[in-house]
Design a protein around this ligand. Sequence first.
Ligand code: 8ID
Ligand code: ZN
Length: 354
Amino acid sequence: TIPATQKAAVISKAGGTVEIKTDHPVRAQKDLLPGECLVKLDCSGACHTDLHAAAGDWPIPAKLPLIGGHEGVGTVVAIGDNTTNSPVKLGDRVGIKWLADSCLNCEQCRKGREQNCDQAKLSGFTVDGTFQEYVVSYVNHVTLIPEGIPSDEAASVLCAGVTVYRAIKHSQTEAGDWIVLPGAGGGLGHLAVQYARVRGLRVIAVDTGADKKELCLKLGADKWIDFKETKDLVGEIKAITGGAGAHSAVVTSASATGYTQAVDYLRPGGTLMAVGLPGDAKLEASIFWTVLKNVSVIGSYVGNRQDAREAIDIAARGQVKVHFATRPLSELKDVYEGMKEGKIAGRIVLDMSK
Ligand code: 8ID
Ligand code: ZN
């Protein structure tokens, strides 16, 4: 049976602190609209985006009060009456990603850019997300989780995994090419190292600290550069790549500094994939060299339903593994502190039962 109330991590005002409530209402089955489903969550990853949303440091506002979270895995326990052609049924194990829903019929959706749909709903931003025991989501957009991958290992594939999987897919690289990953030790970055390896790319991981260095090299990065220690990032990358520069950079740092010099260390024809989302920074790059080197600069925003399926299938086959530590939902505030200080190598996954 579905309880009437539940535990939830609620933010009441922008920049405010998360408060754990134990009496937050659960939407009753009779109140679900057609197309909606109720998912009982086992766990949820905590993404740096949740911290941006909590801090209110982006140019677009989140709903308030807000329950954040968009890397959840759980079981479908209710589906709205009069839902037709649902791709999921009661008891299915599903994932909740950032893109909670889209219309599926507009030009953007038809072209596979569901995340750019005018009617897109965003988990933990414009609709309540996965930092609660029961989340309302949408049958067309939840991701079926294949057997063979535990829920806590699958959770962070739903945002971090999907996002870097898509960015690498669009990075115009081929097996054997060099890819630079600023932010490589973080939640998105450590999965980027692995998805890049799956595609046969050679990886230059850029981040800071002994823990992140060890993690990146263990996950298969060919080279490591500590951005706080290096005196010449461009020179080091050029030396590693035989003088020519890297074929692509996928920037997943939460601060603008990860973007610095990317155009300078790319080789002619190289591609800069912009993924990390500092709220108020400009992309600083030489126009002259961007033109002369035929550099592509491409923004990449999460992924569609198909990207999610592909990313989770690769993880379920064991080719990519989320490196995570588990914490109770009630410690979310601490998790945000650790994230602000850049202390988390890989990801934190929250246990909803605690
Ligand atoms: O769809 C998207 N584009 C998308 C999806 C999900 C998340 C974008 N994001 C955004 C988040 O909102 C955030 O801005 O990507 C950014 C990274 O998210 P994350 O991986 O969840 O954050 P993290 O775990 O804190 O990792 C960030 C890493 O960047 C490093 C930090 O040390 C950390 O390991 N870093 C920083 I800050 N500055 C750096 C620099 N100059 C740097 N690494 C290299 N060079
Ligand atoms: Zn995210």
